[in-house]
Design a protein. Structure first.
Length: 364
């Protein structure tokens, strides 16, 4: 009898082990803590950004109009000049000699013309001879005026108000006709050229805001407005030339400065999520939403095994269509509803069907 009792004593322990083996295993759960948030509506600027270059509206390249040596230079680099201010003077000796010769020739031809007019009136010479000398007098007078005008080319003054740029020739240099000596640049007002794609051309209107930033920098450096829209598109590129001007009273902007120009069409209020809630896979964008097991099974078209406990939420990876981020948030065009519960946290650890360990629930 004692032997029978000894055989029966282990039975309760065996029964407990068998019972534990029959219990359902825990569903897969991420150890990380996640927060849940709802998409919120915020205002997004409807805009397009272009890389461009600032150009001064008034920029004059001054070139030598005749050959010569620079014998005087009143200007210096960085100098502010006004219209009519002296810049430089070229050697005038050779040209002055040409003017003197032309003046002498003009005087001689005028005397001959007057003489032949008198003789023709007296019947001593033909009208044909008179007309020949009169024509010579007219031509020599015209040449004198042209040579005097050319003499003025030796003395160069500023045609506009602005700042003297890089002086490419020094005092005493010999320059040839057409060589650039200096640029006078007026940076008080500048503009940028924007090549807007044809599909956006109908949305461009005069007065639209354009913001300037340094390439790769979020800091705003200037704000202007559209003041020119080309009447037709470029045949080859199918883009519309748009210009925007910027007042530069402080002198912070420079001609030929590379900028990032943002053209704003207006603002739209859209659903949005933080950039941290978005997962990029194979060039596509996704978010994880927290749903009930029944919703997950319907979306995945399969049963969840093992089945989550009652009241638990599971992750569901959802494809979304997003716009460009602004102020740390993506605008959502497709894929989410205002009632959706979006998962925020270590998204790389999640998979569809996993139980979510939630921390605090946020609203935005």
């Amino acid at each position: 009898m004692a032997r029978v009792r000894q055989l029966l004593q282990p039975l309760p322990l065996l029964s407990l082990v068998a019972l534990m083996a029959c219990q359902a295993p825990e569903p897969p759960r991420s150890r990380a803590q996640f927060n849940l948030l709802s998409p919120t509506r915020v205002s997004f600027q409807d805009q397009a950004t272009y890389q461009s270059t600032l150009e001064s509206i008034s920029n004059v390249a001054l070139a030598a109009e005749i050959d010569g040596r620079i014998i005087a230079m009143a200007m210096h680099e960085g100098q502010r000049v006004q219209p009519g201010d002296d810049l430089f003077t070229l050697d005038q000796v050779q040209q002055q000699a040409q003017v003197n010769a032309s003046a002498a020739e003009a005087r001689k031809d005028r005397v001959n013309a007057e003489r032949y007019i008198f003789l023709n009136d007296a019947g001593a010479v033909s009208t044909k001879d008179r007309d020949y000398y009169v024509t010579q007098a007219i031509e020599s007078a015209d040449k004198l005026r042209a040579d005097i005008a050319t003499l003025d080319y030796k003395h160069v003054v500023s045609p506009i108000a602005g700042e003297v740029g890089d002086i490419q020739h020094k005092l005493g240099s010999v320059v040839q006709e057409g060589e650039i000596i200096v640029n006078i640049v007026d940076n008080s007002t500048l503009w940028v050229r924007l090549d807007v794609p044809a599909e956006l051309a109908h949305r461009v209107k005069p007065g639209l805001s354009v913001q300037l930033r340094a390439p790769g920098s979020p800091e705003l450096i200037a704000e202007g407005a559209v003041n020119f829209i080309a009447p037709s598109l470029d045949r080859n590129s199918q883009t519309l030339l748009v210009k925007a001007s910027f007042e530069n009273s402080q002198g912070d902007l420079r001609d030929q400065q590379r900028v990032s120009a943002t053209l704003s069409f207006g603002a739209n209020t859209l659903l949005s999520v933080p950039v941290g809630a978005v997962l990029l896979q194979a060039g596509k964008t996704f978010v994880f939403t927290a749903v009930t097991p029944a919703q997950a099974e319907k979306a995945l078209a399969r049963a969840l095994k093992p089945k989550p406990k009652r009241g638990q939420l599971v992750a569901l990876q959802v494809p979304v269509t997003l716009g460009l981020p602004q102020n740390g948030r993506y605008p959502v065009f497709k894929g989410l509803e205002p009632s959706s519960k979006v998962v925020l946290g270590s998204l790389a650890q999640l998979r569809s069907g996993m139980v979510i360990n939630t921390g605090s629930k946020t609203k935005s």
